[in-house]
Design a protein around this ligand. Sequence first.
Ligand SMILES: [Zn+2]
Length: 214
Amino acid sequence: MTCPLCKNQESTSFIGINDILFWKCPSCYLIYKDQSYHPTPNEEELRYMHHNNNSECEGYVDSLNQALEPSLSYIDKDMVGLDFGCGPEPVLAKMLEETGAECYHYDPFFFPELPDERLDFVISTEAFEHFFQPYKELNLITSLLIPSGTLSIMTHRWKDDTNLNEWWYMRDQTHVCFFHDKTFEFICKKFGFSLEYDDGDKVIILRKVVAWEF
Ligand SMILES: [Zn+2]
């Protein structure tokens, strides 16, 4: 099976939670759901509509703050950024605008238009685990950033000691890929980022290397 991130062809399969077929890439350590278990676009949209992700939901705002707080060290008032994969309500973009920065929002289901200017920062919370084609999405995000722009990502990472038969994060039907520390090492090398911040669990901030050219 070809890894949808690094294209290595030697992924090995295993049966995980709910008897679902997963693949694990030996090169970039991405774990990904077999395509036959991917949700349909309708299933995805329904699931995202019913997420309790709005500004009135305290738990959701707290969770966004875990990504926003460390990101603010890299964001100035005059910067322009993007909330990538915002869901039905652009809560994070609104929170960011309260700090004075300008923030677009994008979501393939709810706000499918991308800004046509290059951005100082991209923040993507609880979106990476939904990517069917992580290589393509990372290519897109990288191309949207100015050289030296930052990319904040919040997605729960699997560790060497994670029990992949029980891990709660794999239960969500719409979660289709799971990143490891080594996956982010690969992403830095492949897409030209350096590591700026890592909470060791789910929030990581990368900076685009200045001289990177496509
Ligand atoms: Zn891979």
